[in-house]
Design a protein around this ligand. Structure first.
Ligand code: E4P
Length: 216
């Protein structure tokens, strides 16, 4: 499973890429707004230059024509850009048009297998089920991810599943177990994934034992 960072913070992205584990980035209007009043296009282009793989950024139009117009512009920003289109009826229409133009679409705000199925049928390169937000309303977000993975696999469809709205390391673990192609994780979750108390205890014990005999 690949790991994407779910952020627009340049320092965090640089660090994740330097660690050698982050291959892509996902943003959305809320994520971009967390960086303050920025030059949107400049910021996304910078992210695209840092990250080796796909960088998703979202349209703001609500109607299909507006989404298509916006997406065509965004698609010119970088080679590795992916346009996020919401899993609405208008979004589905836009996805079908964009996919025919070979513009990569991340079918986002996906909360059901039916939405993912339609996005994949329309030619989306990625579908993004939002796990945490489903969990928030008492549903099982990972079950939806598992259903989508199974469906795409069964019909051998090329669309990739991005487990999104990840809230904690356990989400990443489950996403990997059920075969999600990608998990897009907040920076704090990425850092939490490497943590284990036994590793810290083990490092300390090795150093202490060494120093007891070898001196330091
Ligand atoms: C995914 O592409 C979205 O940007 C993101 O995962 C949304 O997560 P949230 O539910 O924490 O806002």
């Amino acid at each position: 499973m690949e790991l994407f960072l779910d952020t627009a913070n340049i320092e965090h992205i640089r660090y994740g890429v330097r660690l050698g584990v982050v291959t892509g980035v996902t943003t959305n209007p809320s994520i971009i707004s967390r960086e303050g009043k920025v030059d949107y296009q400049k910021l996304v282009k910078e992210i695209c230059s840092i990250v080796p793989g796909p960088v998703s950024t979202e349209v703001l139009s609500l109607d299909a024509q507006g989404m298509v117009t916006e997406a065509r512009e965004i698609a010119k920003w970088a080679e590795n850009i992916v346009v996020k289109i919401p899993a609405s009826l208008e979004g589905l229409q836009a996805t079908a048009v964009l996919a025919k133009e070979n513009i990569k679409v991340n079918f986002t705000l996906c909360f059901s297998l039916n939405q993912a199925l339609l996005g994949a049928a329309a030619g989306a390169a990625f579908v993004s089920p939002f796990v945490g937000r489903l969990d928030d309303i008492g549903e099982d977000g990972m079950e939806v991810v598992a259903d989508i993975v199974e469906y795409l696999d069964y019909y051998q469809l090329p669309t990739q599943v991005i487990a999104a709205s990840i809230r904690h390391p356990q989400h990443c673990l489950t996403a990997a177990e059920i075969g999600a192609h990608i998990a897009t994780v907040p920076y704090n979750v990425l850092l939490q994934m490497i943590q284990h108390p036994l590793t810290d205890i083990g490092i300390k014990r090795f150093v202490d034992d060494w120093n007891k005999v070898m001196g330091a």
